[in-house]
Design a protein around this ligand. Structure first.
Ligand code: CO8
Length: 258
């Protein structure tokens, strides 16, 4: 499918989705968000895809929601139209892992979009921020909630209240990103991580994603029980038998996703 605001390629079991509005630093307008929801859904249901990488350009992952498009909206427009709600909900339903590969600006909705992915690999040029306060609004797709869980209350308050940006080193130190790599190597590293995931059992990968995400949504005791039951359930799979036999026989496992 051809998109106006995205470039999508599928190769070697990885769907690479690039945000592509260079004239606006990949600002997230309604077209882009709806195309992104469609592309993610398509990747999720494509049997050839086992992992997804979401990236932007070298200068910007995304500089936030499109301010030009948003500026004239009234409360009634935003509320009755559930501004950004349906597309965001669609993204959260994706069950395959999504890696954000972030270079340059990831601001406002751009930072929030990166945080909605399963983990973030950043280039050393990445800059994260929630500068909505400068526009007279607050974050709208999870910034106040997710950033606080990633980096803690003090740093999150600092970011949201002052609107300052965090560089890649600080983002790694604070647990916002999983690794920082030189800008030129960003895509290579993200694709290598995606390939590594693609080699695992898709069934187990899905279980990991569900279990880790549970830790954000339930009290610890519930999360621990959920994990234990998933662990038990996976003993019913062929991939558990194959994974453990392969280890004992000192060979590579051949997973069949069942
Ligand atoms: N919306 C629309 N256009 C944008 C945006 C944006 N968020 N960011 C940049 N652009 C456009 C600029 O208007 C400019 O266009 P033009 O050349 O036609 O004037 C072009 O991109 C290049 O930008 P700059 O000339 O400003 O480039 P600089 O290198 O000087 O500065 C910055 C880069 C620092 C990133 C700067 O552009 C900037 O501060 N951008 C706005 C950042 C921001 O405030 N983001 C938060 C937006 S609000 C938000 O995200 C709300 C979240 C709620 C939910 C989100 C759901 C998706």
């Amino acid at each position: 499918m051809a998109y106006e605001t995205l470039i999508v390629e599928v190769a070697d079991h990885v769907a690479l989705i690039r945000l592509n509005r260079p004239e606006a630093l990949n600002a997230l307008n309604s077209r882009l968000l709806s195309e992104l929801a469609t592309a993610l859904k398509a990747a999720d249901s494509n049997d050839r895809v086992r992992c997804i990488v979401l990236t932007g350009s070298e200068k910007a992952f995304a500089a936030g929601a499109d301010i030009k498009e948003m500026s004239g909206k009234s409360f009634v427009d935003a509320f009755t139209g559930d501004l950004f709600g349906p597309d965001v909900e669609a993204m959260l339903r994706v069950r395959k892992p999504i890696i954000a590969a972030v270079s340059g600006y990831a601001l406002g909705g751009g930072c929030e979009l990166a945080m909605m992915c399963d983990f973030i690999i950043a280039s050393d040029t990445a800059r994260f921020g929630q500068p909505e306060i400068n526009l007279g609004v607050v974050a709208g797709i999870g910034g106040t909630q997710r950033l606080t869980r990633f980096v803690g209350k003090s740093k999150s308050m600092d970011m949201h209240l002052t609107g300052r940006f965090m560089d890649a080193a600080e983002a790694e130190r604070s647990g916002l990103v999983s690794r920082v790599v030189p800008a030129k190597k960003l895509l290579e590293e993200a694709m290598a991580a995606a390939q590594k995931i693609a080699e695992k059992s898709a069934l187990t990968v899905m279980a990991v994603k569900e279990a880790v995400n549970r830790s954000y949504e339930t009290p610890l005791r519930e999360g621990l029980l959920f994990e234990r039951r998933l662990f038990h359930a996976l003993f019913a799979t062929e991939d558990q038998k194959e994974g453990m036999s392969a280890f004992l026989e000192k060979r590579e496992a051949q997973f069949r996703d069942r």
